[in-house]
Design a protein around this ligand. Sequence first.
Ligand SMILES: [Zn+2]
Length: 203
Amino acid sequence: MGCGAAAPLGLCQECLSGLEPPSATPPPRGVEEWWAPYDYAGAWRDVVVAAKARRARALVALLAGALVECVGTGLAVFPGTHPDVVTWPPTTSRRRLRRGYDPAELLARAVARSRMCPAARLLVRDRDAPAQMGRGRRARRRGPRFTANRSLAGFTVLVVDDVSTTGATITASADALHRAGAASVLAATAARTPRPQGTCEER
Ligand SMILES: [Zn+2]
């Protein structure tokens, strides 16, 4: 990935330090703050794509490190509160089985550990909704549907995902969390596409 130099984490130090900071992008609907260490582009996109591929779990550590640092910086300047709980939009069980893990869950747990707050599986995916890839463009933009599995009255919830292109998955998560009573929803993704015409928000 990147320049192709051998690197234990998949991207050499030079490529890492050459990554550009993310573009300023308004948060998806329903979310108060949205943090991402980098745009979904260039060498970073290579890392994200590989981390989402089958059994590339080691690469998730690279994403987690950048995300943890980014969330720390974001929360430091956010004049609100600490998240009460960290969660993630779950992938389909079929994808989880094929990969052996859910990258979003691993990232959420890493962020939660770094903030010393709990990570919890709060969102249940609508069983009828197929994965994003393979659906029509309009359905993909609408995104998946989630339901929260418990009351979140008054909670500040941080939603963590690997990549957000259209923002649809984050917004669907925020909708479900708000319906369960969440007072505030924050989001952090390891990468993001600044323009709404994203092409692949496969989960
Ligand atoms: Zn390199």
